[in-house]
Design a protein around this ligand. Structure first.
Ligand SMILES: Cc1cc2nc3c(=O)[nH]c(=O)nc-3n(C[C@H](O)[C@H](O)[C@H](O)COP(=O)(O)OP(=O)(O)OC[C@H]3O[C@@H](n4cnc5c(N)ncnc54)[C@H](O)[C@@H]3O)c2cc1C
Length: 462
């Protein structure tokens, strides 16, 4: 039984902290969330973070659980396909799924964040303290040190417990590591990103197909664009930090304009401020966080990006964090004390988050290079055909990750590996689906891929 007076502290009011606060309040805990930022409902959106995000079934599933999904529906723009833009301005549409409901959704980061905080505060009574930064923790005394940035004073907050949802650069993770209580490392990607914008047309309409995630794959780098609900797109250029081309060499106006015009002439024509934005916008940093374990005694636990930030190429970072919240909530039922709950949460999530971290890295190569390759396109078409012929056995890996929240990431990764080997073998020497030996495909699918329900019954969920 939950002690209704028990207080839980959360550091970080991002999607993870805000959703977790709602789930804990629903269980009767008194919840206070400290965040270093000013109240996002009173200030314009943060700069330097992606303006919009892809929300998929895992995130939607979690938001639905707390009844928030309906309030967001109007703000969500469905993306049903990848639209590949080649160097000559030609386009190829690659549907994401087989069924019309298999779509991912572009959503404004600021709108989602504000809504979560608003609902947490007004509908559930979560207390928020903004402009309060977690600066350190004393694990011997069991206190977190939180700096009130307005009063310029540090307060001591007992960690009974403190749940650290303070993002990829987590102070709590650093404090735990510096105290020798966990192992943690940040694996930097050699590529960074820059956001550019494609405004709405003069009539307010979209200047690219609305319901698609647009990709300009260029081998070593790429540009992508996600729709916003006001007719504009937010584009993101992913490029090596160093080299030619690289963010360090494309410094002046002429070099930037020449690079964009040579590689993305059709996109640049839609970006009246493209060169200025390239020069003025900050270059974002990308990487993967690995930590083990995520908890210390019953005092504190890392949840969300603080435990396992990943690169954004599968559009799963936040989806995975929201799924974390459901897993964390489920672990509360398993045990009576926080230490055991935190350990159960780690056991449930660690391998799954490592699996999505690897798949997200692999997806960068797929997006920037392989999507343009006819061999990949044939394998993609074959995987959808095999899904049609063998439902419940062959599910494309992308679909398992994006549309099937009941399939844990780890299982999606292991079955995805079997499937990718099979696709490579079946398409070897073939130029079209007509040349595929579907009898052999059936034998292999039945031999190598047990029905998904059977596979699910033997793994830990979430
Ligand atoms: C370019 C890019 C594109 C992305 N695209 C997608 C996508 O399409 N789909 C998707 O699912 N995910 C995407 N992600 C990942 C997603 O942004 C993160 O996974 C998600 O925001 C993590 O949520 P979080 O609440 O754990 O951390 P955060 O969103 O980082 O929130 C952390 C909160 O903690 C606060 N904080 C930080 N330090 C302290 C401190 N010391 N004390 C107090 N408060 C603190 C911060 O102010 C913030 O409010 C993308 C990420 C990037 C960089």
């Amino acid at each position: 039984m939950t002690d209704v007076a028990e207080r839980v502290t959360i550091a970080g009011a991002g999607p993870t902290g805000a959703l977790l606060a709602i789930l804990l309040r629903r269980r009767g805990y008194r919840v206070t969330v400290y965040d270093a930022r000013p109240d996002p409902r009173r200030t314009p959106g943060e700069s330097g973070r992606s303006i919009n995000l892809a929300l998929a079934a895992r995130g939607i599933n979690a938001l639905r659980r707390v009844g928030i999904h309906d309030a967001l529906r109007d703000a969500m723009v469905p993306m049903r396909a990848r639209m590949i833009h080649d160097r000559d301005g030609g386009t190829t549409r690659q549907p994401y799924g087989r069924r019309p409901d298999e779509a991912i959704f572009a959503i404004s980061r600021a709108r989602l964040g504000r809504l979560l905080i608003d609902i947490a505060r007004t509908a559930h009574g979560v207390e928020f303290e903004f402009e309060h930064r977690l600066v350190d923790a004393d694990f011997a005394a069991g206190n977190a040190h939180i700096r009130d940035l307005r009063r310029n004073e540090t307060i001591q907050v007992p960690m009974r417990p403190l749940i650290a949802c303070d993002g990829a650069g987590s102070q709590m993770r650093r404090s735990l590591r510096d105290a020798g209580l966990i192992d943690a490392r940040e694996e930097d990607l050699a590529h960074g990103y820059k956001e550019l914008s494609i405004p709405a047309g003069s009539d307010g309409g979209y200047r690219l197909e609305r319901e698609a995630l647009h990709i300009w794959p260029r081998g070593g780098y790429m540009l992508i664009a996600l729709p916003n609900d006001d007719g504009s797109f937010t584009a993101t250029l992913f490029l090596p930090n160093r080299g030619d081309p690289g963010f360090d060499t494309l410094r002046g106006r002429e070099a930037a304009a020449d690079f964009l015009a040579r590689n993305f002439p059709d996109a640049l024509a839609l970006m009246p401020d493209g060169v200025r934005e390239f020069l003025e916008h900050p270059t974002g940093f990308l990487g993967t966080v690995h930590a083990a374990p995520w908890q210390h005694r019953g005092m504190t636990v890392l949840v969300g990006d603080s435990a396992h930030a990943i690169v954004p190429f599968h559009g799963q970072g936040m989806n995975c964090c929201l799924e974390d919240c459901l897993a964390f909530d489920a672990c509360i039922d398993l045990h009576d004390d926080w230490e055991a709950r935190f350990a159960a949460f780690y056991a449930l999530r660690k391998e799954n988050t490592e699996a999505i971290a690897s798949m997200a890295l692999e997806n960068y190569l797929e997006m920037r290079e392989r999507v343009a390759d006819p061999g990949f396109q044939l394998q993609n078409a074959l995987s959808r055909e095999l899904e049609r012929r063998h439902p419940g056995r062959f599910i494309p890996r992308y679909s398992m990750v994006m549309f099937h929240p009941e399939i844990p990431y780890r299982l999606a990764a292991s079955r995805g590996l079997v499937q990718s080997r099979l696709l490579a073998r079946l398409t070897a020497g073939a130029a079209s689906l007509g040349q595929i030996d579907f009898d052999e495909a059936r034998r292999e699918v039945e031999a190598q891929l047990p029905p998904i329900d059977q596979a699910l019954s033997s793994v830990m969920k979430l």
